[in-house]
Design a binder for this molecule. Sequence first.
Ligand SMILES: Cc1cc2nc3c(=O)[nH]c(=O)nc-3n(C[C@H](O)[C@H](O)[C@H](O)COP(=O)(O)O)c2cc1C
Length: 200
Amino acid sequence: MRILVSAASRHGSTAEIATALGAALRDRGALVDVVEPHDVGDVTDYDAVVLGSAVYRGRWLRPAREFVDAHVAELRRRPVFLFSSGPIADQDWPVNNPYDVFNVRHRTGAREHRMFAGKLDPEALSVGERMHVRMSGGRAGDFRDWDAVGGWAGTIVEAVSDREAASDSEAVSGREVVSDDDTVSPTGASDDARTGEQGH
Ligand SMILES: Cc1cc2nc3c(=O)[nH]c(=O)nc-3n(C[C@H](O)[C@H](O)[C@H](O)COP(=O)(O)O)c2cc1C
């Protein structure tokens, strides 16, 4: 099982979530590449794609949005999992619904979207960012929940394995129809199975 993990990050903390998720997926037996969105040439080698972004002022970062534009046709053909990183403790940002996510889910047919708490290091921010944070009541600190990130890896591997098992058994039943008796036409059941395939 080959999985691509790609995430847009401005100050590095979302990139570290992508790296940790990649490691947790590898621990569960997946072959994983963690690549920044702009450095991904092609997604066709992957059985599944995890795409994430830090949230700034209620939006995903541009490289994540451009990744979707560049690969949308291939993303629709495989399981896609989305995550956002941003919410910082009890601050008042538009945390739960970065408004690009609805659009991205719709375009890619993504299976789910997870929201992970982020990190705010005032030293790393520009003057403008610091002002924005102060006005929004953002709190400095590292709120990332590594157990939540690692736990999600299990869900992803399970979902992709289930899908592979389903397509394997569909292929086997198709082969049996042809090899056992050439005169037998495909059954309604296998047609239903093919029709039921959602393409991701
Ligand atoms: C200027 C600024 C705006 C932010 N806006 C939001 C926001 O709208 N919603 C949110 O949940 N988090 C917001 N955050 C928090 C960041 O998403 C969080 O710090 C995140 O971990 C940064 O990820 P990065 O280090 O990968 O860039 C904002 C942070 C800054 C500095």
